[in-house]
Design a binder for this molecule. Structure first.
Ligand code: SAH
Length: 363
């Protein structure tokens, strides 16, 4: 009994402590300085966390005992509890993780010829209200801390350690709107990108947004070399508002101006994600309108055949019509690809697993 109580107290205390995974290297250096410790300890701690991937401060044996205890008093090393793990026939792994407060999030590992890609979640739920998406069904519960996003990548990396493989790229395309949790997103990007952290190159990281315009300008000004995608899904305001309520606050024409600013400021190409929803936005006239909208922009279109979500009533566009749409864009000089689909048999699309397994939470 006594032991139990102590354990519960430990858990409660840990919940209050910030995750050490939330700290960028420079922030850890500042903390060490405040503690009267030399700065180089930060790199040693990063090595334990991200290269050796230990789960306890006591294991950091090149640090003095006093410092290890201090670290344990201030911080927690976030652990995610695996609630469900599904393996698809194509090798895709989908995880449902439980956070310390009991909420659940999804993380997906996709295996490509060019490497292993992890899709991370940035919020518990989402408040954008896109009418086709399972992630937004129960609204937004809370933002994730940077450390909770970092922990997802580490958890997948630890699974890959067993076969001596490495996470080679990250897509921020899981549950949530990354630009609605902007500061945590930026910390996360800097931590995984740091060569003393997980050392994942900026060009191997992709961030996707539904179009929160002020943050697009901020992101352009960050000077990062990260790949950037916009969920567009419609060639005109009327249709986009129907599919994505965010378009009421941040209109398509203004979005295009922000995209132009981004491409000019960074010199980088932008990706437009365009989901094909049967009978809604998938006709040749839509492709022509889309081509007119984005003509002249440094961009690329990724066509996504809709993922069926039971709670939503969108249907798939027939195969030949998808090719027709692609052909029309190409004819108009637009770079376009059709997204290869993975993990169909394991509900790997955003929010589907959480919606199914945690009905009360995603409602
Ligand atoms: N909130 C961000 C990050 C999510 S990325 C964003 O909107 O960009 C996930 C991508 O999958 C987005 O482009 C989203 O619009 C798309 N998506 C969501 N539900 C889908 C569905 N049922 N079928 C096809 N694409 C979907």
């Amino acid at each position: 009994m006594a032991e139990n109580t102590t354990k519960e107290k430990d858990i409660r205390d840990n919940e209050k402590k910030p995750s050490i995974y939330s700290l960028q290297l420079s922030e850890l250096e500042s903390w060490l300085k405040e503690q009267g410790e030399p700065k180089f300890r930060a790199a040693q701690i990063f090595d334990w966390l991200y290269q050796k991937r230990v789960g306890h401060f006591e294991e950091m044996t090149n640090l003095a005992k006093g410092l290890r205890e201090k670290l344990a008093n201030y911080f927690t090393i976030t652990t995610l509890n695996t609630l469900v793990q599904h393996t698809s026939q194509d090798g895709t792994l989908k995880f449902l993780f439980e956070l310390q407060d009991g909420y659940s999030i999804e993380t997906v590992l996709m295996r490509h010829e060019y490497g292993n890609s992890v899709c991370v979640t940035t919020q518990v739920g989402c408040r954008m209200g896109c009418t086709f998406c399972a992630s937004t069904l129960g609204g937004l519960k809370r933002d994730l801390e940077p450390g909770e996003i970092v922990a997802q990548v580490l958890k997948v990396q630890k699974a890959l350690d067993e076969t001596d493989e490495r996470v080679s790229s990250i897509v921020v395309m899981g549950i949530g709107e990354p630009f609605d949790n902007y500061n945590s997103l930026l910390s996360f990007l800097r931590i995984v990108n740091d060569d003393k952290g997980l050392n994942i190159g900026a060009r191997h990281i992709t961030v996707s947004t539904s179009g929160i315009i002020p943050r697009i300008y901020d992101f352009a000004d960050e000077g990062l070399q990260i790949n950037f995608a916009i969920s567009l899904h419609a060639p005109n305001t009327e249709l986009r508002t129907r599919l994505m309520p965010v378009n009421k606050a941040y209109d398509l024409q203004d979005l295009m101006k922000a995209v132009k600013y981004y491409t000019e400021k960074t010199g980088r190409r932008i990706t437009f994600e365009y989901g094909l929803f049967g009978g809604v936005n998938d006709q040749v006239k839509h492709a022509e309108e889309l081509a007119r909208l984005i003509k002249g922009l440094k961009c690329h279109v990724n066509l996504i055949p809709v993922n069926y979500v039971p709670e939503r009533d969108y249907v798939r566009t027939p195969r030949n019509q998808i090719f027709e749409f692609e052909k029309t864009l190409k004819k108009n000089g637009i770079n376009v690809t059709i997204r290869r689909e993975q993990g169909h048999d394991i509900e790997a699309a955003c929010g589907q697993l959480r919606a199914k397994e945690r009905k009360e939470e995603a409602r």
